[in-house]
Design a protein around this ligand. Sequence first.
Ligand SMILES: CC(C)(COP(=O)(O)OP(=O)(O)OC[C@H]1O[C@@H](n2cnc3c(N)ncnc32)[C@H](O)[C@@H]1OP(=O)(O)O)[C@@H](O)C(=O)NCCC(=O)NCCS
Length: 169
Amino acid sequence: MADLQGFVMRFSTERDARRLEELQRGSWIPTVTPAGPYQPRRFFDHHRPDEVLVAERDVLPIGYIVVRRASQMASHAHVAAIEGLGVAADARRRGVAGALLHAAERAAAARGFTRLTLHVLSCNVAALALYARHGFETEGVLRGEFRLPVGPGGAMTSVDDILLAKRVA
Ligand SMILES: CC(C)(COP(=O)(O)OP(=O)(O)OC[C@H]1O[C@@H](n2cnc3c(N)ncnc32)[C@H](O)[C@@H]1OP(=O)(O)O)[C@@H](O)C(=O)NCCC(=O)NCCS
């Protein structure tokens, strides 16, 4: 696919598994996921390669996004969900996530989806700013949905689960 700002955007292959697991592990922190301590897991046990876009620099994936059908229900067939997004810590604030989001939107539209949704934690300031900048709107808030150690000194804090959405065409 495209070569943008020094990196190449492409769909993943099974050969990316180890690097994608590293990137996923690097983002597995309480401000990002409510899932608790990282449990090693095989990336492609949970995602198909054609549901994952990677941004690659010097032949090394530096970020990824998972975009796939939100569910198998026929009534839901127009909706794609972003179910994972991460950029290597040393590659952040250079537009990688923005380019991944843009590519995911184009891929979703090309596959006939008209709506893109995702969940984000209210404590994930970086991701909230990113999605707002890219035109996602808040459509729902589950207040106090999680209690996570994200307060001062790791204090347990009540965190909202925010549902964002954007129309794609
Ligand atoms: C959130 C994340 C994906 C952003 O990746 P990135 O490549 O650094 O993002 P970009 O460089 O494309 O940023 C685009 C815009 O998003 C916003 N943004 C990104 N990181 C931000 C931060 N730490 N603080 C505030 N705003 C931020 C800014 O508006 C930024 O534009 P700017 O740099 O011109 O100010 C990255 O920080 C990350 O991997 N975090 C851990 C995983 C995660 O939170 N995933 C989302 C789960 S819902």
